[in-house]
Unconditional design. Structure first.
Length: 208
């Protein structure tokens, strides 16, 4: 178990994406493990404790492992996006397109370009799960990257990939913001842009 590495990746992420608007998600990990039949990678557990579920620059979201009723709308969660990723696998030709057990695909994030960021959970050790990008406008519909979730985000946010593994670019000269889903919802209800906190004439118009 390489606990130091996971924490190092989270700390490195905090250097480029402050957790100012993050929050401990306070997840019942035993309940989550019971639902999913597995424990989760240490870097994801650490990310949920430091940042929680929410949005990176309004262009990518990290998902909750279990549903939580939202204030205004339910935040994105793993079961729905995992279902979507497995549907794409089916639609693209199943094993003929990408020879894995569809049950081994579990989503942990999405991008504004409709890519689904997943783990490929074939290894019995969750800390060795690589990232699988189920891409919408990428060269391949399925691409495996030999990094954990936090390291993948770090490389993506630092623009370290020669060819972007996702359909969009969501860094802006190294300035990255993370906004927890609860904060985004509060901003929206107050008539502000959920990502920036700036006044937004469209925000809050669906609020009660």
């Amino acid at each position: 178990m390489s606990g130091m590495t996971e924490n190092a990746h989270i700390k490195a992420l905090e250097q480029i994406m402050p957790a100012t608007h993050g929050a401990d998600e306070d997840i019942d990990w035993q309940a989550a493990e019971a639902v999913w039949g597995t424990r989760f990678p240490a870097d994801y557990v650490a990310f949920m404790g430091r940042f929680g579920a929410g949005s990176i620059n309004g262009e990518a979201s990290v998902l909750l492992p279990l549903p939580k009723p939202g204030l205004q709308w339910d935040p994105a969660e793993m079961a729905e996006e995992t279902g979507n990723a497995r549907q794409v696998w089916e639609a693209e030709g199943g094993r003929a397109a990408f020879d894995v057990d569809p049950e081994s695909i579990i989503a942990w994030g999405v991008t504004g370009g409709s890519d689904i960021l997943c783990w490929l959970t074939s290894d019995p050790d969750p800390d060795r799960w690589p990232v699988l990008v189920v891409g919408r406008h990428t060269a391949d519909s399925f691409a495996v990257h030999p990094y954990g979730m936090a390291e993948f985000l770090l490389l993506l946010c630092s623009d370290e990939f020669d060819v972007s593994p996702v359909s969009i670019t969501f860094w802006d000269a190294g300035h990255l913001s993370f906004v927890h889903w609860r904060k985004a919802q509060r901003r929206w209800q107050e008539g502000r842009n959920p990502e920036t906190g700036e006044p937004d004439p469209y925000a809050g118009e669906f609020a009660d």
